[in-house]
Design a protein around this ligand. Structure first.
Ligand SMILES: *[C@@H]1O[C@H](CO)[C@@H](O)[C@H](O)[C@H]1NC(C)=O
Ligand SMILES: *[C@@H]1O[C@H](CO)[C@@H](O)[C@H](O)[C@H]1NC(C)=O
Length: 406
């Protein structure tokens, strides 16, 4: 009996250790905490795969549990007034300063777009709520957090269009007056997929006929910027990194466009490009846009172009509203100044760096902050029990930049 239980215990412990333990680079701080956090994400992902296999609930439906876990009802407090509204039919959570120093003075504004791969996440998650309050109190800003609809029920371009509608509605003189917002001090910002939406909106707004009020700045936190090459050095180096392994990012991309699994498989193999994207591959050529140091040990090979596309989703792939990196230099020239955060241990690192290179070459003022010990999603890990020092560090620098530039 005793022997049996000992054997069982040893087996159980080694299984648990095997499951939780992952080779996480030494440079990353609070490694064990990240391992534990990630083992939760991995377990949920396995459960989601299993559930989909059994036909119980689709993968993203199960993954959405992460969002629910952190969802709260945003309420006003002594410093911040919170209201839930609809702007042109789209839900937003609006955070306003309660005591403005001088009632006559106009305020800054931050339009914030949450991350979650266009499939997960919510303005009402505690880390986003906490960040919004910080922006209100530290910047005396009005924060507009957009609750855009999500894939897979709402594929591209719905999430993008929801955001665009809100931004256009907000950037009207009458609406800004109502909230005492200075039309010259508005920034659009977001993390991960939110950074993708922020970059896309910044570009499209410049082309909008009759749009008088424009954005002063764009702040992109480890943004997703292109769907053509999913084998950049950072995608290869970090394919098994915590929080956002390559398969999950590819999954997000494919779900953004379609629920068709053949497209997901084609994207995994990086052979999802059709002849339509051939002329755009030059915009994601990392040998051109990544500084040598980020090439690491990888050799360039152009993504495979398949004559007969697996699905007809290839056209959306090349749409700059989904892949903002795919516009010609001309379209970058008039963009507002940018703040771009990249993390070393992130599949999306190279997307961000390539955009920095291209924006700078087009004459746009860019502040690039690269975190050598950063991992994807770090800025949102600020709430117990998944609070990380690096999350605080990223937040401080982000707020500082906004303070000085908006
Ligand atoms: C990428 O750049 C390299 C070197 O500059 C070049 O040899 C290659 O043809 C380019 N490929 C594409 C698809 O643009
Ligand atoms: C890259 O190319 C060089 C020279 O052809 C080769 O020696 C090296 O092994 C290649 N690296 C990888 C990671 O394939």
């Amino acid at each position: 009996m005793r022997l049996e239980s000992t054997v069982f215990l040893v087996a159980f412990c080694s299984f648990t250790a095997y499951y939780i333990y992952e080779p996480i680079p030494e440079e990353i701080e609070e490694r064990w905490k990240l391992m534990l956090t990630n083992s939760f994400f991995r377990s949920l992902s396995h459960l989601a795969d299993f559930s989909e296999l059994l036909g119980l609930k689709d993968y993203m439906g199960v993954m959405y549990f992460i969002t629910l876990l952190e969802k709260i009802a945003p309420v006003s407090d002594e410093h911040v007034m919170v209201s839930e509204q609809k702007f042109d039919g789209v839900e937003v959570v609006l955070y306003e300063p309660r005591h403005s120093g001088d009632d006559a003075s106009l305020r800054r504004s931050v339009i914030y777009l949450h991350g979650g791969g266009w499939c997960l996440g919510s303005s009402r998650m505690s880390p986003y709520d906490l960040l919004a309050r910080k922006l209100v109190t530290e910047l005396d800003a009005v924060v507009l957090s957009v609750e855009y609809r999500l894939a897979p029920p709402y594929h591209f371009p719905v999430p993008y269009e929801d955001v665009y509608r809100v931004v256009k509605h907000f950037l009207q003189k009458g609406v800004l007056d109502q909230y005492h917002v200075d039309p010259g001090r508005i920034v659009v910002s977001g993390d991960s997929a939110g950074g993708n939406l922020a970059a896309a909106v910044s570009q499209q707004l410049r082309n909008e006929p009759g749009q008088e009020i424009q954005l002063k700045a764009q702040a992109l936190i480890y943004p997703v910027l292109q769907a053509l090459d999913l084998k950049t050095p950072s995608y290869q180096q970090n394919q098994d990194m915590p929080i956002l392994p390559r398969t999950l990012m590819v999954r997000f991309w494919s779900e953004y466009f379609t629920s068709d699994k053949t497209f997901f498989k084609a994207m995994l193999a990086n052979s999802h490009n059709s002849p339509e994207s051939l002329s755009l591959l030059k915009f994601v050529n990392w040998t051109t846009y990544l500084p040598e140091t980020y090439h690491r040990k990888y050799n360039y090979s152009a993504p495979t172009v398949v004559q007969k596309a697996e699905t007809d989703q290839s056209l959306s792939l090349a749409d700059p509203r989904a892949s903002p990196l795919l516009v010609p230099d001309m379209a970058l020239r008039s963009l507002p100044k940018a703040y771009v955060v990249t993390c070393e241990y992130d599949v999306l690192r190279d997307d961000g760096i390539m955009y920095v290179t291209r924006l700078r070459a087009a004459g746009v003022e860019v502040m690039h902050e690269h975190y050598d010990t950063g991992f994807h999603g770090a800025m949102m890990f600020t709430v117990w029990p998944t609070d990380f020092q690096i999350g605080q560090h990223l937040t401080e620098n982000y707020v500082k930049w906004l303070k000085e530039n908006v």
